[in-house]
Ligand binder design. Structure first.
Ligand code: ADP
Ligand code: ASP
Ligand code: MG
Length: 406
């Protein structure tokens, strides 16, 4: 008995029949004597549809209007679930981000949750109401609707669990847990019974979209135990939690890929102090995250500078970089959207040598050219041509014998 937060993703609420299935799962938890808060995503494909509509309406839609539009998918699912639960005889009420309230900053399209008022929900929970909250959305200090970035309902759920001091946060999705790699592209992938916040965070940041990175950051900060489970079976599950002594320090615990990458190369930049700042400051000012950065050795006072950004930001980034590149006297800017980032993650990497060499040798054996490399204490990432994504993941999964994980 306790307070449980459930979150259901897009494929779990894709139509009314699936929403009925969600209702049954929610009722089971309620009938076991728990208070229940449910966070929902929009129906699968709906957020994409709304984004495409916005882009048809205007080439560069106003961010405030854009967020108002793309947050509507969640309003449909939360109200439908409330109606189904009411019909089945349960007290249930839907809430939008503005009604809870989920306070965020003003960064439209990737707002951060700063605070959640828990009073309204607490009051309803006391009355026995099942509270159904629209994921992915919040409200800024001026009352504008904001959204939390793709996959943001995970973060809504964990933030609510933290604010309400919930006993558990169950993330229901279309796979039955966190795997050594995406089970949808590598059949040999193994489910992990438990994973530490740090490893999950690196995997999420490196592209394992089963959890949004911010949801893991938040779970770690507030010590929320997160269970990733399947909506469609009671088997399996993965607990994301604090590192404990019996967790083995695997050298490599997972392989991830991220197709949401675009590579910029600023060709023949004068090699002198302050140039990098002049290229990257205007990107930072526009809130554009630069991921990998590589600067070539200088030849006759000129160098090439390459970096990656999210493919979604190519248009804005290109305008900014082309302007800055002209100002610093660079020859031209090249943009390659056919790239993908492949990473291996593992906390045991810190104390092992040869891991990077093995990764590079594996890719070489498959004839895959590495365009960029970056390393951290527990992650190594390589940018490769997008057409090699699946091949690279499968080869690395095999080379590090991840199919033998238990
Ligand atoms: P939801 O709509 O429920 O939020 P997502 O599509 O956002 O679901 O996330 C689940 C998907 O994440 C899975 O279908 C799977 O293809 C993908 N995925 C990528 N890496 C992993 C991994 N390491 N373990 C499990 N799933 C993964
Ligand atoms: N519906 C939103 C999206 O598609 C949020 C989510 O699914 O978590 O990104
Ligand atoms: Mg998701």
């Amino acid at each position: 008995m306790g307070l449980i937060v459930h979150k259901y993703g897009g494929t779990s609420v894709a139509d009314l029949e699936k929403i009925e299935n969600v209702a049954r799962k929610v009722i089971r938890t309620k009938e076991a004597g728990n208070e229940v808060v449910v966070v929902l995503s929009a129906m699968a494909g709906e957020t994409d549809r709304l984004i495409a509509l916005a882009q048809k309406a205007a080439e560069d839609p106003d961010p405030r209007e854009f967020d108002s539009l793309i947050s509507t998918g969640e309003q449909v699912t939360v109200t439908l679930l409330a109606m189904v639960l009411n019909r089945l005889g349960y007290r249930a009420k839907s809430f939008l981000g503005t009604q809870v309230k989920v306070h965020t900053d003003q960064a439209f399209k990737k707002a951060r949750i700063v605070r959640i008022d828990e009073k309204v929900l607490k009051h309803e929970l006391k009355k026995g109401t099942i509270c159904i909250v629209a994921g992915f959305q919040g409200v800024d200090e001026e009352g504008n609707i904001t959204t939390l970035g793709r996959g943001g309902s995970d973060t809504s759920a964990v933030a609510l669990a933290a604010a309400l001091r919930a006993d558990a946060c169950d993330i229901y999705t279309d796979v039955d847990g966190v795997y050594t790699t995406d089970p949808n592209i590598c059949p040999q992938a193994k489910r992990l019974a438990k994973i530490s916040y740090d490893e999950m965070l690196e995997m999420a940041r490196a592209g394992a979209k089963v959890l949004q990175p911010r949801s893991v950051e938040m779970a770690k900060k507030y010590n929320v135990p997160v269970y990733v489970k399947s909506t469609f079976t009671d088997e399996g599950g993965t607990l994301v939690t604090k590192e404990d002594k019996d967790m083995e320090k695997e050298v490599v615990s997972g392989v991830t890929y991220d197709r949401d990458q675009a590579k910029f190369t600023v060709v023949r930049v004068p090699d002198r102090p302050g140039i990098a700042a002049r290229l990257f400051t205007p990107l930072a000012d526009k809130n554009i995250v630069v991921d990998m950065i590589i600067q070539n050795a200088s030849v006759e006072g000129f160098t090439d500078l390459s970096f990656t950004v999210s493919r979604k930001e190519v248009k804005t980034a290109r305008e900014i970089v082309e302007k800055a590149a002209r100002e610093v006297g660079s020859e031209r800017v090249e943009v390659d959207e056919n790239v993908s980032k492949i990473s291996i993650v593992g906390v045991g990497m810190i104390s092992h040598s040869g891991v990077a060499a093995k990764m590079f040798a594996t890719l070489a054996r498959e004839g895959i050219n590495i365009e960029m490399i970056s390393t951290s204490e527990i992650k190594i990432s390589c940018v490769v041509h997008a057409k090699y994504t699946e091949l690279a993941v499968m080869a690395l999964h095999e080379a590090f014998q991840l199919e033998q994980r238990s």
